[in-house]
Ligand binder design. Structure first.
Ligand SMILES: *[C@@H]1O[C@H](CO)[C@@H](O)[C@H](O)[C@H]1NC(C)=O
Ligand SMILES: *[C@@H]1O[C@H](CO)[C@@H](O)[C@H](O)[C@H]1NC(C)=O
Ligand SMILES: *[C@@H]1O[C@H](CO)[C@@H](O)[C@H](O)[C@H]1NC(C)=O
Ligand SMILES: *[C@@H]1O[C@H](CO)[C@@H](O)[C@H](O)[C@H]1NC(C)=O
Ligand SMILES: *[C@@H]1O[C@H](CO)[C@@H](O)[C@H](O)[C@H]1NC(C)=O
Length: 615
């Protein structure tokens, strides 16, 4: 009965003789508070919830016991303000309730048999004696049948909110239709009750209730053994007679299964997180979020619980903000909740504070202190920068290697390579083999020879220039090639036509290389030549030989790719060479000019001086 009564205001002229109705402070101030009573009752205290009655059903209003006193029932008066006309100060609109055979009084109750939509409105019960008066108001809402959607097709519509009932697994419970006692008191004969069961979420609907484990006993419903399928809504219709009128009303009960209450597990709340020795890392001047998780085992008779934070024994404030609790998991009544404490702008002294997460329910209490430590890891910005620099460096090295690998190779050779002159007794560094009377002859005599001899300091053998007249060509050729460290073959379309001098040189070179005579063949291509144009000996040797290509004017400068690559293939020139490489390195990325070529020439002639001037 009481849940259906709204206590809106209590005006007492009797010097506060009546107890105050509202006794709660603002629950949000405590964050996670549900201490004593369900939250629904709490809402009832603060917000006027109307008494809901279905059109055509019996309805009644009760004057609360703190206003009504049995001994003074005769002095109880009912007024009403019909729907749509009420104002807080609308004293003028208060009308006496029009009693009739349909609207009557029964002790502290005002009975509507049955209720009609026009009965909706604000009702005020007033108690008067000679010296004083007190009143209480409540709102009645009669819902039209078309305004109420039934829980399921097979159950009658219900206007009133469902009553929540929890039943532990494996245990029995007797369900009594809400407000049945009122019907028994108001009715002329004992009321009859019909039960229905539905689980709307599973589309289960049982119009006439029938089951082994659940059966009707008189007006009540007995659940013998609670199981998951017996959860859901139980709807009951109470039929009774009052003053020879057939009346009825319908109520519903929301039945939920909870964990068995018999087992021996403790019902104390347990802090699951943090563990006893868990340490939270916090960053100075940053925000920290401390998380506390706790399990609240279900207790059928007492659903109260609380979860809160303390800082040095006091409720958090200032830079410490307690966030609202959230439900992490729900398992048939056992609830895991999480609460977060936010520390803004962490200060060093916070590490020494006693920060506790505490939980409590009807059975027990637990508190746990959270250990804080300052985060020691490198700030991510610095870490990121370090990583970035490393990556950029690696990329740079990669690029440098790919662009300047020739220069690096030359530099390496100049430092660590061995001068072949010390290890063999050969006369020439390079023997140049080429097709006579061709474009290549001009290139060999004017460019290749002069740079190799004059600029790079190699001793060059050119058969037509260096052979003595009168000797056997074949013998002399073989002897010259054998006395050279490299055979430089200038490939051209006419090169090595059958029986030519060049073919002889090539064969001598390849044979010398094959026999391990400290001779290496290098191919130089002055103009692009079709592979098919090459003689067989060249074609088969090509795979194993280095090919250096002349790129026209681009290759004229001494710092060009052509000369560098050629020098890598030629013997190391150690003493003068080292100086040469160093100076070359300085020049390598620039477009070398004639003056630079001149510098190199002068360097070769006077390395010491040239090095100093270059530095
Ligand atoms: C009801 O009235 C009787 C006597 O008039 C008094 O003793 C009792 O305390 C009253 N009860 C309440 C709840 O005011
Ligand atoms: C009126 O009711 C109040 C509260 O019960 C009581 O204290 C007071 O004596 C009553 N006055 C008379 C005249 O009955
Ligand atoms: C309840 O009473 C109303 C009005 O008399 C009637 O229409 C309805 O069928 C009754 N319900 C039941 C379940 O008896
Ligand atoms: C019925 O009870 C369950 C479990 O307590 C709840 O989740 C659900 O909202 C309730 N339904 C109604 C309509 O009250
Ligand atoms: C904080 O928790 C510890 C246990 O971790 C407990 O000993 C201490 O009493 C608690 N402090 C407060 C203020 O609750």
């Amino acid at each position: 009965m009481t849940p259906f009564v709204t206590l809106l205001f209590l005006l007492s002229a009797m010097g506060g003789a009546w107890p105050a109705v509202s006794q709660t402070s603002d629950p949000t101030e405590l964050g996670c508070y549900d201490w004593g009573g369900s939250s629904r009752d709490r809402v009832l205290d603060r917000v006027p919830v109307p008494v809901l009655v279905l059109e055509g059903e019996a309805g009644w209003l009760s004057c609360p016991p703190n206003v009504y006193n049995h001994s003074s029932a005769q002095n109880l008066l009912w007024y009403r303000v019909p729907e749509g006309q009420d104002q807080p100060e609308g004293q003028d609109l208060e009308q006496p309730v029009p009693y009739s055979s349909r609207i009557s009084r029964d002790g502290e109750r005002l009975v509507l048999s049955p209720a009609l939509p026009e009965d909706s409105g604000l009702y005020i019960c007033t108690l008067r004696n000679q010296s004083s008066s007190s009143k209480m108001s409540m709102r009645l809402k009669v819902r039209r049948r078309d305004q109420v959607s039934p829980l399921a097709d097979c159950v009658p519509p219900v206007a009133a909110a469902p009553v929540q009932v929890t039943v532990p697994f494996q245990q029995g419970q007797t369900l009594e239709c809400p407000d049945l006692q009122d019907a028994a008191r108001m009715g002329d004969v004992p009321p009859r009750v019909s039960w229905y069961h539905t689980r709307p979420e599973l589309s289960i609907c049982k119009g006439e209730f029938l089951s082994h484990d659940v059966e009707q006993q008189g007006p009540h419903l007995r659940i013998w053994v609670m199981l998951v399928p017996y959860q859901g809504f139980y709807v009951c219709t109470v039929q009774f007679q009052r003053r020879n009128r057939a009346l009825n009303f319908t109520r519903s009960i929301n039945v939920t299964a909870i964990q068995n209450q018999y087992h021996n597990l403790s019902k104390d709340p347990v802090i699951l997180r943090p563990h006893g020795d868990q340490v939270f890392s916090v960053r100075r001047d940053g925000d920290a979020q401390l998380v506390c998780q706790a399990l609240f085992p279900v207790i059928q008779s007492d659903s109260s619980w609380d979860m809160w934070w303390t800082v040095d024994g006091k409720r958090p404030g200032d830079r410490f903000v307690q966030k609202n609790c959230t439900v992490v998991s729900y398992d048939y009544g056992d609830v895991e909740r999480e609460s977060v404490l936010l520390i803004r702008d962490v200060q060093p002294e916070d590490l020494r504070r006693e920060i506790n997460c505490s939980v409590r329910n009807g059975r027990g209490f637990q508190s746990r202190r959270l250990q804080l430590q300052e985060e020691v890891s490198l700030p991510s910005v610095q870490l990121g920068c370090g990583l970035g620099v490393t990556l950029v460096l690696m990329l740079l090295l990669f690029v440098v290697y790919h662009v300047f690998w020739l220069e690096l190779l030359l530099l390496y050779r100049s430092w660590f390579g061995t001068d072949e002159r010390h290890t063999d007794d050969k006369e020439y560094d390079v023997y140049i083999s080429y097709a006579r009377n061709s474009e290549e002859e001009q290139f060999v005599l004017s460019t290749l020879r002069s740079v190799l001899e004059n600029e790079l300091g190699y001793s060059v053998c050119i058969f037509d220039r260096d052979s003595l007249p009168g000797g056997t060509i074949t013998d002399e050729t073989l002897s010259f090639v054998a006395r050279s460290r490299r055979l430089l073959v200038v490939v051209s379309p006419d090169y090595a036509s059958q029986g030519s001098q060049a073919l002889l040189e090539l064969k001598a070179g390849i044979d010398g290389m094959a026999l391990g005579g400290h001779l290496r063949v290098i191919l130089v291509q002055y103009k692009p030549v079709q592979r098919q144009g090459w003689v067989r000996e060249l074609r088969s040797a090509r795979v194993a030989l280095a090919l250096v290509q002349w790129k026209g004017n681009k290759s004229r400068e001494l710092s060009s790719h052509f000369w560098k690559k050629l020098r890598v293939e030629l013997p190391v020139r150690r003493v003068n060479g080292a100086v040469q490489e160093t100076a070359l390195m300085r020049l390598m990325s620039q477009n070398s000019t004639n003056s630079q070529t001149g510098l190199i020439s002068s360097m070769v002639k006077d390395p010491e001086k040239a090095f100093n001037s270059a530095a």
